[in-house]
Design a protein around this ligand. Structure first.
Ligand SMILES: [Zn+2]
Length: 515
């Protein structure tokens, strides 16, 4: 079913896009896109003729050149949208798909703010589960035992993947959660809603695994499960964050367990070459799964050998991507960010050239795999984010860090806004760390005090019980994600000191040469 449906949808992606655009943009009076289209006098028939003449991606580029796009900050309402002669501010609700019924809400990771609210409905889960079936089949593990290791509700990937795998007839055998249920505060609706999902599943005779706590130090629990599954089956699947997968492989090596045959579907953070190597060292295989909360999983890795560790095929029947030149304020970088467009009516958010803070390479290539056979010929790799700092699968939005580094730490410990800097680094095991650099100019400080204050400021996101920043700061504390280092902040090639300094060998951004 998955194969034939995906094939049909690739063939009709332009028609699907046009139908969706006509109904939910041009004929939907509250669409935020109309504020950009109307001043330019772009009508639906224009878009239709561009698509039929030049193809979908070229038509999207024409729209982009006309100013019809939203950056991630505009989309989230953090900055006003300014185009020639018009200024307005977006609210994230404006992008909700008005034609969906919804069943439950999840939150994307972010601190302070509650994160982006995403409404999920069953039609959407059904459509998504087809890709799961296709992907598992491609990797020879459609019926292999599956476990996931994701935080409890309201984190999205745990509950979403559990329901999707159940829908294709292969429910997860175990759901491990890096965060204990009593470590997150959610309102009673969510608490009972979660219980209801499991009660209903039992009522229908389906064993939906309930989350069980396995902190980051308990990776051996997941490793044991995988090793046991592999004794009875040729393959098994662990769906988790990339860093969590590395933890499982290290735990397996320490216990002398072989994970030969295990497939790690890894998501939430880049699958770097080092992480891929660590996973391969345990005999297992890492398969990158790329998703954004606003559109779900939109790309995944195949079974062929590729030069890039995070080589993914774009699910081009559901999403179109074009690159957009973007200058990132806090990083002093110019890069090609991705602009996303949703093509199917099940999409929870209606995206038309919307940036999500991610960037990377995008290419059209033939591949000798089943994705290639089907026509999934758009390839993504070197995917990174400039808007978020990600570690252990948890993302924090950079604006929170900027305030902490430039204002709150100097106020408490002395020094100026440029005396504190975060440096993202990957250690030899493939774990990402954030070094909090404190300039010698600041004088004598108790390093533990600085670290505790920093974590406390991050955790303030807990004031919102909806925020899964709670899970995030909990996981960062468990993993010793942030380390203090004394030294002068590093400047960029253009001589600026910025609150962040990224060491990213595999990324392509070029430093701006500012005049
Ligand atoms: Zn391929």
């Amino acid at each position: 079913m998955a194969r034939s449906l995906l094939k049909k949808r690739i063939a009709s992606r332009e028609d699907n896009f046009l139908q969706l655009a006509e109904k939910s943009i041009f004929h939907y009076s509250r669409s935020p896109y109309r504020k950009l289209l109307e001043p330019k006098r772009i009508a639906f028939r224009d878009l239709k003729s561009w698509v039929s003449r030049d193809g979908l991606e070229a038509a999207l580029r024409t729209l982009e050149l006309e100013g019809v796009y939203f950056t991630v900050d505009e989309f989230k309402g953090k900055v006003p949208v300014k185009r020639k002669g018009i200024t307005f501010r977006c609210e994230e609700e404006m992008f909700d798909n008005p034609y969906l019924s919804f069943v439950y809400e999840v939150r994307s990771g972010a601190t302070r703010s509650a994160g982006t609210r995403i409404r999920i409905d069953f039609d959407y889960l059904h459509q998504r589960s087809l890709y799961d079936a296709f992907l598992l089949d491609l990797h020879g593990c459609l019926t292999a035992p599956i476990a996931n290791w994701f935080p409890v509700f309201p984190g999205a990937p745990g509950i979403n993947s559990s329901l999707r795998f159940a829908h294709i007839g292969n429910p997860v055998r175990r759901w491990f959660s890096q965060v204990a249920e009593n470590q997150v505060r959610v309102n009673w609706e969510k608490r009972w809603g979660t219980k209801a999902i499991f009660a209903v599943s039992r009522f229908y005779g389906l064993s939906l695994a309930e989350p069980e706590y396995a902190g980051l130090d308990d990776a051996h629990k997941v490793a044991n499960w995988a090793a046991e599954a592999l004794r009875e089956h040729p393959t098994c699947v662990v769906y988790t964050f990339a860093a969590s997968a590395v933890r499982v492989c290290i735990a397996a090596a320490e216990a002398n367990l072989s994970l030969k045959g295990a497939k790690f579907l890894v998501t939430g953070e880049p699958l770097t070459p080092q992480k891929k190597k660590e996973i391969a060292a345990a005999g297992a295989e890492a398969i990158p799964v790329y998703g954004i909360s606003e559109a779900g999983v939109i790309a995944a890795g195949c079974d062929q050998i590729h030069a890039h560790s995070d080589h993914c095929h774009l699910y081009k029947d559901t999403t179109a991507i074009i690159p957009h030149k973007h200058i990132v304020p806090n990083f002093d970088l110019s890069l090609d960010s991705y602009l996303f467009t949703s093509l199917l009516h099940e999409s929870p958010k209606l995206l038309l050239n919307v940036g999500m803070g991610d960037y990377g390479d995008i290419d059209t290539k033939d591949c000798n795999c089943r994705f290639g056979e089907l026509g999934f010929d758009t390839v993504l790799c070197n995917i990174r984010s400039y808007e978020k700092l990600t570690g252990e699968g948890v993302t924090f939005v950079d604006t929170d860090f900027v305030r902490i580094l430039e204002k709150e730490l100097p106020e408490r410990f002395g020094g100026k806004s440029t005396d504190y800097q975060l440096i993202e680094e990957e250690d030899s095991k493939g774990f990402t760390h954030l070094q909090l650099l404190v300039s010698p100019r600041v004088g004598r400080v108790n390093e533990n005090d600085v670290l505790n204050k920093f974590m406390m400021l991050l955790k303030r996101g807990e004031s919102s019980p909806e925020s899964w920043a709670q899970s995030g700061s909990e996981m960062w504390q468990q993993s010793g994600m942030v380390q203090i280092k004394r030294g002068s902040p590093l400047s960029t090639a253009s001589g600026k000191i910025l609150p962040f300094h990224l060491h990213k060998e595999n990324s392509h951004p070029t430093e701006c040469t500012t005049k």
